[in-house]
Design a protein around this ligand. Structure first.
Ligand code: SF4
Ligand code: SF4
Length: 96
């Protein structure tokens, strides 16, 4: 079970990480969604529903290439894992 972090991630959207993602994920966009969920509540993740499935955080393979190129060395795969868990929780709740 993942321990959720309590604070938002101060990503500057510099996009140094994105060319290195083999899954072509829009990392700053996903981190912004993560932050909105942290600050405003998980219901705000509904904004991700317009994303194609291949762009969802669950497609992160945890390679760490993004973190290597992030000036702030964020644990991006860790944040995306948390984001995926939050989304799974919302989906499960919607199905009940
Ligand atoms: S860890 Fe995930 S987000 Fe980062 S480069 Fe690899 S696949 Fe992309
Ligand atoms: S390199 Fe780091 S700060 Fe820049 S967009 Fe990517 S995650 Fe955000």
């Amino acid at each position: 079970m993942i321990q959720y972090r309590k604070i938002a991630v101060p990503c500057t959207s510099c996009r140094y990480c994105t060319p290195h993602c083999p899954m072509e994920l829009d990392i700053p966009f996903l981190l912004r969604a993560y932050n909105e969920a942290k600050v405003g509540g998980e219901w705000r993740l509904n904004s991700l529903s317009a994303l194609p499935e291949v762009k969802m955080p669950g497609n992160c393979i945890g390679c760490g290439a993004c973190t290597e190129h992030c000036p702030q060395s964020f644990d991006i795969p860790g944040y995306l894992r948390e984001l995926r868990e939050m989304l799974d929780k919302i989906r499960t709740a919607a199905e009940q």
